[in-house]
Design a protein around this ligand. Sequence first.
Ligand SMILES: Nc1ncnc2c1ncn2[C@@H]1O[C@H](COP(=O)(O)OP(=O)(O)OP(=O)(O)O)[C@@H](O)[C@H]1O
Length: 273
Amino acid sequence: MPRPWHYSDVSDSSDLVIDAAGIVVRRGPATLLAGVDWQVELDERWVILGPNGAGKTTLLKLAAGRLHPSAGVMRVLDERLGRVDVFELRPRIGLSTAALAEEIPADEKVIDVVRTAAWGLVGSWHERYDDIDDARARDLLARFGVDGLAERTYRTLSEGERKRVQIARALMTDPELLLLDEPAAGLDLGAREILVGMLAELAADADAPALVMVTHHVEEIPPGFTHAMVMSGGGVVAAGLIDDVLTSDNLSRAFGIPLILERRGDRFTARAA
Ligand SMILES: Nc1ncnc2c1ncn2[C@@H]1O[C@H](COP(=O)(O)OP(=O)(O)OP(=O)(O)O)[C@@H](O)[C@H]1O
């Protein structure tokens, strides 16, 4: 079976990694996204915020090439969804979601959770790995401070350790775009702060892919994130530079209650007004 991609692949894509114009997603009578415009460049780090049901995960699925718009034009890494072979596009995009994590077999070894991404698999089968795969997987685990757990069974890890393994896995194919859906969900305060610190390091790395992170909590926004989108009811309340978009007004509009957003240094907090 040929490998679907090579680490040395050089992309000739432009700096625009996501270009969404007038995106509508309908499911039966429901409109999940109602005319979303969004552009993301290679060196940008985005956070997407919004209440339950706002359409955040739906937008992330589009960006991951796992959903097509009902209307509008969605280009990801210079490829237009609907015209590109998504199986060629997907290895260029790192994705970490709770739904993907649920597919990891409980008895899988941690190193295999990461390595199998090289084959686009979840769960090892009879695939063979080159030394380069093994070294890359171990480097990524080390980057997230979990290399000492490489031979452990995935199910024996704490939630915080699992989340870090999932992000290491999402980076395995050296993607040009990394999409993280609620990476800090369910973590205790210490585990959250460790993860936020690691994502801040990733955000500061000029060689890192473009980053898009969905979260419910402004406290989880890593330092160094440059842009924000606030969503509500399938639409965009505001999108752009983080300082312009993350305001008490925009959050209050999106969540439907008066909120006060405060920034201290490079971190945010929010509470009811
Ligand atoms: N297949 C579907 N058919 C009908 N409605 C759907 C379908 N999938 C999602 N929805 C609805 O679309 C809306 C947006 O869902 P989405 O998961 O994108 O929201 P979200 O902002 O990620 O929410 P959360 O913060 O709760 O994860 C929700 O109201 C959801 O119930």
